[in-house]
Design a protein around this ligand. Structure first.
Ligand SMILES: *Cc1c(COP(=O)(O)O)cnc(C)c1O
Length: 234
């Protein structure tokens, strides 16, 4: 099914064509998993692409947009303020930028430490949060260590202005994604013992979303398979 990382099959055809193809593959994986495709939200990650591409996606009916860099996300959200988009912040987030991200984001998928939770505290309307778990041994990759999940989740639950939706994870490089996503599913059971409503799972990217769906993903974060290859940064 999915092409190997580094191939550019994502450039073939039109944006609408790639979106339809991915939507079909998501539905097929959901069927294979005995799940309702409508219970799965596909967030299209548009980092490095211009706001015009996001506007095109909106015309195609995509309203859930993912970004991983604050300045870029803030600029696009401002430029496209007339559209009813939901902005999902999926990148590593500095505590000093937390309040600014809250201002435009519907959901923050990368909550991974207590200091960030404190920085996100607010008396305003709640923002949806996912606790990101690190599936690697490398702390630089972002995410809380699995053994610290409960204490961080409790901190989110007792902080005003945050609504805990569930867990987020990125599959580690160089190992099969499916068992890694199975570990996230097991961690989700731990989290639901603390908060039964925090049952969502943000996992699955262009090359591994089928495995993520088979392991219960509710929010896919898909970039290149829909947008085509990203323009070079800078
Ligand atoms: C870029 C990005 C994605 C999308 O990656 P693709 O491989 O292009 O689908 C998903 N999640 C995060 C956190 C990202 O930074």
């Amino acid at each position: 099914m999915s092409t190997a990382p580094g191939t550019d099959a994502g450039d073939s055809g039109s944006l609408a064509g790639r979106l339809a193809e991915v939507t079909g593959r998501v539905a097929e994986a959901a069927r294979d998993a005995g799940r309702d495709p409508d219970a799965i939200t596909t967030i299209v990650v548009t980092k490095f692409h211009p706001a015009a591409l996001v506007a095109e996606l909106a015309e195609l009916g995509v309203l859930d947009i993912g970004e991983n860099r604050h300045q870029e996300a803030q600029a696009k959200a401002a430029e496209l303020g007339d559209l009813e988009l939901r902005w999902h912040f999926v990148g590593q987030l500095q505590s000093k930028k937390a309040r600014q991200v809250r201002a435009y984001a519907s959901a923050i998928h990368s909550v991974d430490r207590a200091a960030l939770v404190d920085a996100l505290r607010s008396d305003e309307a709640s923002v949806d949060c996912f606790v990101q778990v690190n599936l690697t041994e490398d702390p630089g990759r972002g995410g809380v260590a699995p053994e610290a999940l409960e204490s961080l989740a409790e901190h989110v639950l007792e902080t005003a202005g945050l609504r805990l939706r569930g867990l987020m994870a990125v599959a580690p490089l160089g190992e099969p994604a499916r068992p890694a996503f199975a570990r996230v599913r097991a961690m989700s059971e731990r989290l639901r013992r603390l908060e039964p409503t925090a049952s969502d799972l943000s996992m699955g990217m262009s090359h591994d979303f089928r495995d993520a769906i088979l392991e219960g993903a509710t929010h896919l974060r898909i970039g290149t398979a829909i947008t085509g290859n990203r323009p070079v940064a800078g």
